[in-house]
Every structure is written in structure tokens, then in C-alpha cells.
Design a protein around this ligand. Structure first.
Ligand code: FMN
Length: 333
């Protein structure tokens, strides 16, 4: 039998299938259920900086209708609400860690380096095995330069690093000026892993109702090409582990991403679509592919198809449909 174990963020994982952060890992009962299917690790639903702020604002709006409101009351509400949301999250980590042996990675979605970074220590004390920072600042601010935006990422990471000894993974998007250089610089920040890439809620327009609706919530298998390209290009060139996220829908896709250089792969959409049983099915697919190709461990083939190892390194940088596809492109009724 092939050995599927791997080391990710310094954690020993039974296998490279990590349940990614989503509503699937928000509740204790669901996490227990997920663990029965033996994934390598589980990333908890993110604690959202905006979510906390939103809750606070709602309460403040209600309170402004009251005549006895003083600025201090705002301050009080601030900290009380904060404590509730955070306390629930820390209790969840404690309860899950007291019940299960699967590695648990907490997750924080953050857009600033203010106020919240002390939480990293609390998360460590609650017993989490690692911390994933889901960092995304939509690059739509006309008044801030690309460099200013990037600085914020580094500032957040440094503050969190100071606060905790937990292994840190940073989950990012692909909206950067020079993505390769940015990923390289991130990896030099004393973090243990980078997750490529987050996938976002996307707006759509309802043509009849003139409403903004939700775009494709779940990914499709073809979307693997985005992380595949970048993992293949960055593998062997950066100082930390890489986990793949987006389009990991089968054991075969997992094999491709590991060939490209991923240490682990995160799955969300496929579990929403096919249920938690998909975890074992995907691992079975990976194992049978390994056996077919006589690989006894992940180390036997990890990074074998990375750009640095490839016989055709330019293939990962090809972006235009030029002569290679000229026959395909020609209209042929
Ligand atoms: C319903 C839903 C909720 C999600 N919530 C989070 C979240 O709280 N934090 C996070 O980092 N990513 C979140 N994600 C993104 C996933 O972790 C993952 O990066 C993305 O869905 C791509 O992986 P997939 O192709 O396997 O779905 C969410 C995704 C979905 C579909």
C-alpha cells in the first residue's frame, strides 16, 4: 500500500487531503463528522475581521435609537461583542482538540494589522495546531499604490508572527503586480506555508430583476489550472511549503498538484457537491494512481513536474494561444 503521509507546516499529516476553510468546518458536529472520513487535516471556517466589525455596527445602529447612549457605551459594546464571537471560536478549537486527533488549523480572515493580532496567541493557547491567515485586500482602492497594499500583507504577517509560535500558513489570491516575486517575498517571512489560491465570492447580474446575485459559489475541476501553473512555477524556488486550493476535485487532480510541487491540497467544493464520503474516494484515487506508477510515497513524485525539473519549462509560462493551437483556433464549420 502506498504511503500517503506528508509533512505540512511542520505538522505530520496522515495524507495530503486537507479540508479547506468553509461552512463545512464551522460547527463542532460537522467537524466530528468530517474527521470520521480521515482527512489529513481540517482548516476551520475563518473568523472574519469584517464579520466582527459588522456585528458591532449592527448593534451600534440599534443603540443609536436609544436616548441614553454615551461614547463609552460604544467602547463597552465593542469589547463585549468581540469577546462573544471570539470566545465561541476559541471554545470550538478547544472542544475539537479535546475530542479529535486530526490536526486542526484555525483560520482568520483579515484585512488590517489592527487590534485583532493578539488573537493568534489565544488561538495557540486554545490548542490549534496551526493558523491560516486568509489575507485579501481587494485591489480596488484608487488612492493606494500596489506597494502600499503589499506592505500591509507583510505588516499583518509580522505582527502575527510576533504574537504566536504556531506554524503559520498564508492563503492569498492571485491579484498581485508581480505574483512570483510577491510569493517569493512572502516565503521569506518566517512562515511555514503558502496556500495558492483563495477563490472568492463573485457577483453576477440578474438580467430580469436588475439585481446583483451570487456567481459560481463552487469551483469546477478545470479551475485547477490556475494553482497548477503557479505551484509548478514557484516550487523549489521558495522557502516554505505550498498547499493547493481551488479545483481540487479528485485524487487525480491531487496527484497533478503534488507533481507540480504541492505538499498538501485543500478541498471544499467537491465536499459540498459529493458529501464527506468524497474524502476517502479521492484518497483511493490518489493511491491507485500511485500504485499504477509504482510510487510508494508522495516524496517519490512531489515536484517531479515542477518548472525547475521539467523537460519543457516554458510550457508553464505559455499564455498566448499562438501557433500551438492554430489548428484548434481556426473556425471549422
Ligand atoms: C461556501 C464557502 C465558504 C468559504 N469560506 C471560507 C472561509 O471562511 N475562509 C477561507 O479562507 N476560505 C473560504 N472559502 C474558500 C475555500 O476555502 C477554498 O479556498 C475555495 O472554495 C477553493 O477551493 P475549492 O475549489 O475546493 O472549493 C469558502 C468557500 C466556500 C465555497
Amino acid at each position: 500500500m502506498a504511503d500517503l503521509s506528508t509533512t505540512y507546516m511542520g505538522l505530520h499529516l496522515k495524507n495530503p487531503l486537507i479540508v479547506g476553510s468553509s461552512g463545512l468546518s464551522a460547527e463542532f458536529e460537522d467537524i466530528v463528522e468530517l474527521a470520521k472520513h480521515e482527512p489529513g487535516a481540517i482548516v476551520l471556517k475563518s473568523l472574519f475581521e469584517e464579520e466582527i466589525i459588522y456585528e458591532m455596527q449592527q448593534d451600534m445602529l440599534q443603540m443609536t435609537a436609544r436616548p441614553y447612549l454615551y461614547p463609552e457605551t460604544f467602547d463597552y459594546m465593542d469589547s463585549e461583542l468581540r469577546k462573544d464571537r471570539i470566545r465561541d471560536y476559541l471554545e470550538l478549537i478547544q472542544k475539537v482538540k479535546n475530542t479529535l486527533s486530526v490536526p486542526i488549523i484555525a483560520s482568520i480572515n483579515c484585512v488590517s494589522d489592527q487590534k485583532w493580532t493578539y488573537l493568534a496567541k489565544e488561538i495557540e493557547l486554545a490548542g490549534a495546531d496551526g493558523l491560516e491567515l486568509n489575507l485579501f485586500i481587494l485591489p480596488s482602492d484608487l488612492s493606494r499604490s500596489a506597494q502600499e497594499m503589499e506592505e500591509l500583507y507583510f505588516s499583518i504577517i509580522r505582527k502575527v508572527r510576533q504574537a504566536t509560535n504556531l506554524p503559520i500558513a498564508v492563503k492569498i489570491s492571485y491579484y498581485f503586480n508581480n505574483l512570483a516575486q510577491f510569493i517569493k517575498k512572502l516565503s521569506e517571512e518566517n512562515i511555514e506555508a503558502i496556500v495558492l489560491f483563495n477563490r472568492f465570492y463573485s457577483p453576477d447580474i440578474d438580467l430580469e430583476r436588475f439585481e446583483i446575485t451570487t456567481g459560481n459559489v463552487l469551483s469546477t475541476p478545470g479551475e485547477i489550472s490556475l494553482p497548477l501553473r503557479w505551484i509548478a512555477m514557484m516550487s523549489g524556488r521558495i522557502n516554505c511549503d505550498i498547499a493547493a486550493s481551488t479545483g481540487v476535485t479528485s485524487g487525480y487532480n491531487m496527484a497533478k498538484l503534488i507533481l507540480a510541487g504541492a505538499t498538501a491540497t485543500q478541498v471544499v467544493s467537491e465536499l459540498y457537491r459529493g458529501g464527506f464520503v468524497k474524502i476517502r474516494l479521492m484518497l483511493k484515487e490518489l493511491e491507485s494512481w500511485m500504485e499504477k506508477h509504482k510510487f510508494s510515497s508522495l516524496a517519490d513524485f512531489r515536484g517531479k513536474m515542477a518548472q525547475t525539473e521539467s523537460v519543457d519549462p516554458a510550457a508553464y509560462e505559455r499564455v498566448q494561444f499562438m501557433k500551438h493551437f492554430s489548428n484548434f483556433i481556426r473556425y471549422n464549420p
